[in-house]
Design a protein around this ligand. Structure first.
Ligand SMILES: Nc1ncnc2c1ncn2[C@@H]1O[C@H](COP(=O)(O)OP(=O)(O)OP(=O)(O)O)[C@@H](O)[C@H]1O
Length: 492
């Protein structure tokens, strides 16, 4: 029991406090004078470490430095971005301050925890706390006699939990966060198209907004289905590739005449998988060494595209000697020039084994011109031929451009005529698309298409007649020659 009568008076409390504070004020400078500063620091940090070691909390720091290194590569901690995406789905309704971003051309805004905000999470009964922190740091590098000052911005997430759960958090919770983040990122993902800049010597990217999808592609249903199924199977088979000891990579060769949809199919594949595209212009690559570096700077889950592989650059093969590259003053730059074997080795070897979910696509108008090394089994897993427009392809295009149903063969009165005229190699899908775009009125656009089809058919029939006549003439010449030959022999 406490009685008010036992408590000291306010005046005596105040005088005790004042004398204590006075004593501390007197002792503090004495301690600093008696104990040298380094010893003082050591004692303080020792006491702190003793207190710290007794704490049962472990904090993992997931840092990200937005620092661009001298070789042009940006150092990125993938775990940081996974945490950022994951936490955006965990924000408490009570949060008082949030960071808000919107990527260019993205419909949705993204909300992230702001500085100091704590987010609680529970995983398999373990309580975890996340905290976001940010700041900047000045660094100085001494180079060539001068000092290069640079400000590095850093951001981090701190993840704190009871020490005894360290293994479970590192081995199970962190992969769980990464998986969840992948799903979230895929939902909001903006596909990027990366091109290598010879000016900045790095990949530069823009948002990829090609509208092509498998629905809009003028291809037979069978071909569409087989490409889509192949892609879907590839994505699901991470464990399978690991088990059979193969890099998780798939190669596609798209070939066919100009305007048959090779580039459109690449876009449809990227949109289907939500994969970025790295557009590799071989002409801008100096040699095998720089090719290796720039391929290693590409991200996982992406498509490496080499368009017009037959004519993009004159690649020396294994048998041809490679001419060394020369600098502006004629001196060798010390790099081996780009070779076909360098390209293929890099794609098959180092690059594909350093990453996951790699897709490589080569396109060409002339498959027969390609080096056999490119066509070797196991190199390009699927060869896809895109040809002239079929009636099935036309129906897809008429649905895209004129909004006509593609379910029947007689959606429009002109469909039977088109079906009859379009068969054979008459028009490419690009030519059909061009005709359909000329008028929004389906009657006018389709009449225009019928006219073009008739003209093309009669032109090709004329051509056929001409070539038949030529053949007959040539055969006649040949007969005359052969019938004269015995005579000639005989004269001889
Ligand atoms: N199969 C197709 N399905 C849908 N649209 C197509 C198809 N083929 C061509 N097109 C249309 O024609 C245009 C040109 O096609 P695309 O660039 O994809 O052809 P390509 O085969 O890559 O041509 P190139 O060999 O000249 O690069 C596209 O923008 C698209 O509108």
């Amino acid at each position: 029991m406490v009685f008010f009568g036992d408590l000291p008076s306010p005046a005596s409390i105040f005088s005790t406090y004042a004398s204590l504070a006075g004593t501390v004020m007197m002792i503090k400078p004495m301690i600093h004078t008696i104990i040298p500063q380094p010893v003082h620091n050591f004692v303080v940090s020792y006491i702190k470490s003793l207190v710290g070691s007794r704490s049962s909390t472990l904090t993992l720091v997931i840092m990200d430095m937005n620092k661009t290194e001298r070789n042009g590569m940006s150092r990125q901690n993938e775990l940081y971005y996974a945490a950022q995406a994951y936490l955006s789905s965990k924000i408490s309704p009570d949060a008082s301050k949030l960071k808000m971003t919107r990527d260019p051309n993205n419909k949705n805004v993204n909300l992230y925890p702001s500085e100091g905000e704590v987010i609680s999470d529970v995983y398999k009964g373990i309580e975890l706390k996340w905290r976001y922190l940010a700041g900047s740091k000045k660094t100085s590098t001494v180079m060539d006699g001068g000092v290069d000052d640079e400000t590095v911005n850093w951001e981090c997430f701190e993840l704190s939990f009871d020490k005894k759960h360290k293994d479970l958090v590192v081995k199970s919770y962190v992969p769980y966060v990464e998986k969840k983040a992948e799903v979230i990122k895929n939902k909001r993902r903006i596909i990027k198209m990366h091109s290598y800049s010879t000016y900045s010597l790095r990949w530069e990217s823009v948002n990829f907004e090609h509208p092509s999808t498998f629905d809009t592609m003028a291809m037979t249903h069978k071909l569409k289905r087989s490409v889509m199924e192949d892609l879907d199977r590839f994505i699901k088979r991470k464990d399978y590739y690991k088990k059979v000891g193969k890099a998780w990579k798939r190669g596609y060769l798209l070939y066919g005449p100009p305007g048959t949809g090779k580039s459109s199919l690449v876009a449809a594949m990227a949109n289907h998988l939500k994969f970025d595209i790295y557009d590799l212009q071989l002409a801008s690559v100096k040699g095998d060494a720089s090719l290796r570096n720039l391929l290693l700077a590409t991200k996982n889950s992406s498509i490496l595209l080499v368009e017009d592989i037959d004519c993009s650059v004159d690649l020396p093969t294994r048998l041809q000697p490679a001419t060394p590259t020369y600098g502006p003053y004629g001196a060798s730059e010390g790099s081996t020039p780009l070779t076909l074997s360098g390209l293929l080795n890099c794609i098959d070897g180092l690059w594909s084994s350093c990453g996951d979910e790699r897709i490589v696509i080569f396109t060409t108008n002339n498959k027969e011109k390609l080096d056999p090394a490119l066509l070797r089994p196991g190199r390009m897993d699927m060869h896809i031929y895109l040809g002239h427009c079929s009636f099935e392809g036309f129906k897809t295009l008429a649905s895209n451009y004129l909004g006509l149903s593609q379910d029947n063969d007689d959606t429009h009165r002109l469909y039977p005529d088109i079906k009859r005229l379009i068969d054979g190699e008459v028009l490419t899908p690009a030519q059909v698309a061009e005709e359909l775009m000329k008028n929004e009125d389906a009657d006018v656009a389709l009449e225009g298409l019928v006219k073009v089809l008739k003209r093309k058919r009669s032109e090709s029939e004329k051509c056929d007649d001409e070539s038949k006549k030529m053949k007959i003439l040539e055969e006649g010449e040949e007969d005359n020659l052969t019938s004269r030959r015995p005579e000639q022999s005989r004269v001889e």
